[in-house]
Design a protein around this ligand. Structure first.
Ligand code: BTN
Length: 344
């Protein structure tokens, strides 16, 4: 009943009278009132005005649960089978468990808080509640395992696109978010291979894990952590980490953002699968690549060196031209890249 009322309120931007709800659902006024109270408890902002009725206020509302996430997902199969946890160890670990149990391709696992969030290179990913997005998307692709790491770049592209859509929305609404004087340069970028940066600060990290048996992918899990509302960061990250609300100077709905990411991911993933390489989405990816045509420092375990980054190749490797004119293909698994003046 409460979900049906919610659906009806979603469809109406104007007030819906209590009488109308009673007649529509053939229930008493008290039953309607009780359902509305439950929805409010779930976090929905429902205005109740005498003689007018009820109205769902969606702006500024961060309802974060399975129903709300499902409602934002508008894809063929990516994220259609979803799980939501208020608290979990790691969404990646849970997505792997579900994959082993036979969960379908495109299963999405979201949590409000992680107690054992995993970052890249064996680090942990601090995951407080009520602030950020932690999700893992599980895929069962039929391509070669060597292609799986490229999915991290596809996800980075989808996240960057989704954040750009949010920003476009803010720009359409008010003057505060207009483009900077110098015009088109976007402040939303990807630091190769898969950190999303806004105004030069990291807001998102991606960790891809997979299970392979005899040269055959059993499943891939793309774990994504996005700082949305977090305001305070540990000292070691404070100078280069931030959150979307801080950088975009706007409210961000976590459920809404997940919906945008799933939509963008499905589009790019289909293009990637059809082409069998990153070639299909390379131009889109490079639009966001902050390292492009910049001097970078390659932190190669065999020896650090500098060069100019030219973009990526069809395998997602960073092309770095060194002083002697050679172009190195840098593979993300082995090395990381820094700007010569700092993080980006
Ligand atoms: C990085 O180190 O930059 C990658 C961080 C990835 C964190 C996400 S949060 C959701 C998913 N579950 C995890 O345990 N890790 C990833």
């Amino acid at each position: 009943m409460k979900n049906q009322i919610l659906e009806l309120l979603r469809k109406n931007t104007e007030y819906v009278s209590g009488q109308e709800l009673c007649e529509h659902f053939k229930v008493s006024r008290t039953a309607v009132w009780k359902a509305v109270e439950q929805l409010k408890k779930d976090g929905y902002n429902i205005e109740a005005v005498r003689n007018r009725g009820y109205r769902l206020v969606t702006t500024g509302s961060d309802v974060y649960n399975k129903a709300e996430i499902d409602n934002t997902i508008d894809t063929d199969y990516i994220g259609r089978n979803s799980f939501f946890y208020n608290i979990i160890g790691s969404t990646n670990t849970e997505a792997k468990r579900l994959a082993e149990e036979g969960a379908p391709d495109g299963t999405l696992v979201v949590a409000d808080r992680q107690t054992a969030g995993k970052g890249r290179r064996g680090r942990s990913w601090i995951s407080p509640e009520g602030a950020n997005i932690y999700f893992s998307l599980m895929l069962k692709p039929d391509f070669h395992p060597s292609q799986a790491p490229m999915l991290t770049l596809v996800m980075a592209l989808a996240v960057a696109d989704a954040i750009s859509i949010l920003q476009e929305g803010y720009r359409a609404q008010d003057d505060k978010h207009q483009k900077s004087e110098n015009g088109s340069a976007t402040n939303i970028g990807i630091k190769w291979p898969n950190d999303i940066v806004v105004n030069g600060k990291k807001v998102c990290g991606i960790l891809t894990e997979m299970s392979v048996e005899r040269d055959y992918i059993q499943y891939v899990v793309i774990g994504t952590g996005i700082n949305v509302k977090q305001q305070v960061f540990d000292a070691e990250f404070a100078d280069h980490a931030s959150s979307l609300e801080a950088e975009l100077d706007s409210f961000v709905s976590r459920s809404g953002l997940i919906g945008l990411i799933m939509k963008a991911f499905e589009k790019y993933y289909e293009e990637f699968k059809k082409a069998g390489s990153l070639g299909a989405v390379k131009a889109d990816y490079e639009k966001y690549l902050v390292n492009i045509n910049r001097e970078v420092c390659v932190l190669d375990p065999k020896g650090e060196y500098r060069g100019i980054s030219l973009g990526i190749n069809d395998n997602g490797e960073l092309l770095v031209k060194t002083e002697d004119g050679a172009v190195n293909e840098v593979y993300a698994g082995e090395v990381s890249v820094r700007g010569i003046y700092g993080y980006v």
